[in-house]
Design a protein around this ligand. Structure first.
Ligand code: HSE
Length: 381
């Protein structure tokens, strides 16, 4: 199949490398931001030659960011070309338009590499949905934050030193605030929940908190209490809609999430009849993500012509009935008067609070993390 590659960074370079010497695939064009002598006459700086080439059946978008990626992907779909992308920012922000464009033009749109790096979670969800109703999706979906939290937990290291290592290893986004403040997790959560429940959530409605404020002192106190901090995405089907939150959480050190090392991800789908099914693997990095991108290409070459779900019903994010105890470290405890259940290291643990109630108070706090309910019941109730 003749394809065009948009982007030649970490993932794009991985796609290029993995296809070298493969006679089934011809990368006819590579859209790059700067000159790449190794690409010869394949290198282009605009979409025109790609759109004008009727032999290009599939466009692979791994530029990242929303503009100009949206314009390029929309133009490719309108030109009747299949699209594979690993761009979660793009897919979360323009889910409705892009899935509708693919449907209207009878072409495939796939984005498996956008959630879980090398883990085929979205394709697994598609398969679960063929036979079951999904109750919830949850887990660790950001390699950078897991790498930082895991090394801080195991080595007692400081935040800044391990962030620098994660960047050097190519796990972090170009702007690491997308990882550290929860944006990347929230974007992946939108995609997981949308596919799982056949809905279309608005990214901005999902409460989010990041790990930027966590210190070695917090982590030492968690360890002493038998807890491990992980950045989690959780979404479940509720009466009035879908609940969804992206935030750090303290899980018992015996929990499967606590054992997820370095940049790995662990994502769970719970089906009404299936029960829990968990997926573990490399959540970020050049080859794992490039492999998921190429798996999508291969599915299309084998006849796949659809998105993961036909439905995208607009749906409110409803967290009002979701109550969690929280670890909080803040310079001003007054907003939590009457809510404190006990001390934990340099912070305190609240009584179970409605998620929106806690998230309203986050701007005044240094670090917050949801606390495992069973741990709370045992130590604070
Ligand atoms: N920055 C992302 C992560 C890359 O660390 O998980 C993969 O989506």
């Amino acid at each position: 199949m003749k394809i065009a590659l948009l982007g030649f960074g970490t993932v794009g370079g991985g796609v290029w490398e993995l296809l070298q010497g493969n006679p089934d695939w011809d990368i006819a064009w590579v859209l790059t931001r700067r000159t790449r002598p190794e690409l010869g006459s394949r290198a282009v700086f605009t979409m025109e030659p790609i759109l004008a080439d009727p032999e290009v059946e599939l466009v692979v978008e791994v530029l990242g960011g929303i503009r100009p990626a949206f314009d390029y992907v929309a133009a490719a779909l309108q030109a009747g070309k299949h699209v594979v992308t690993a761009n979660k920012a793009l897919m979360a922000a323009h889910y409705d338009e892009l899935t509708a464009l693919a449907r209207q033009n009878g072409v495939a749109l796939r984005c498996t590499g956008a959630v879980g790096g090398g883990i085929p979670f979205l394709t697994a969800l598609e398969r679960v949905r063929r036979l079951d109703r999904v109750r919830s999706v949850s887990g660790i979906v950001n390699g950078t934050t897991n790498y930082i939290l895991d090394r801080m937990t195991r080595e007692g290291s400081g935040f800044d030193a391990v962030l620098a290592d994660a960047q050097a290893l190519g796990y972090a986004e170009a702007d690491p605030s997308a990882d550290l403040d929860g944006l990347d997790v929230r974007r992946k959560l939108v995609l997981m929940a949308n596919v799982a429940f056949g809905v279309s959530l608005r990214e901005e409605e999902i409460p989010m908190a990041g790990i930027r404020g966590v210190t070695a002192e917090d982590i030492a106190a968690f360890r002493q209490a038998g807890l491990v901090c992980r950045m989690l995405a959780t979404a479940s089907r509720e009466e009035g809609g879908v609940s969804a939150v992206a935030e750090p959480a303290l899980v018992p050190d015996s929990a499967p999430e606590a054992a997820v090392p370095l940049n790995c991800n662990r994502i769970t789908v719970t089906g009404e009849r299936l029960g829990e099914q968990a997926f573990f693997g490399q959540g970020a990095g050049r080859y794992p993500t490039a492999m998921n991108v190429l798996q999508d290409c291969m599915d299309i070459a084998s006849g796949c012509r659809s998105f993961y779900t036909e439905r995208a019903l607009p749906c409110p994010v409803d967290n009002d009935t979701l109550r969690r105890p929280y670890y909080v470290r803040t310079g001003d405890e007054k907003p939590f008067a009457g809510l404190i259940a006990g001390r934990l290291g340099p912070g305190f643990v609240t009584r179970p609070m409605a998620v929106p109630e806690l998230h309203r108070r986050i701007p005044g706090c240094r670090f917050t993390a949801a606390v495992d309910n069973a741990f709370f019941a045992q130590h604070f109730a």
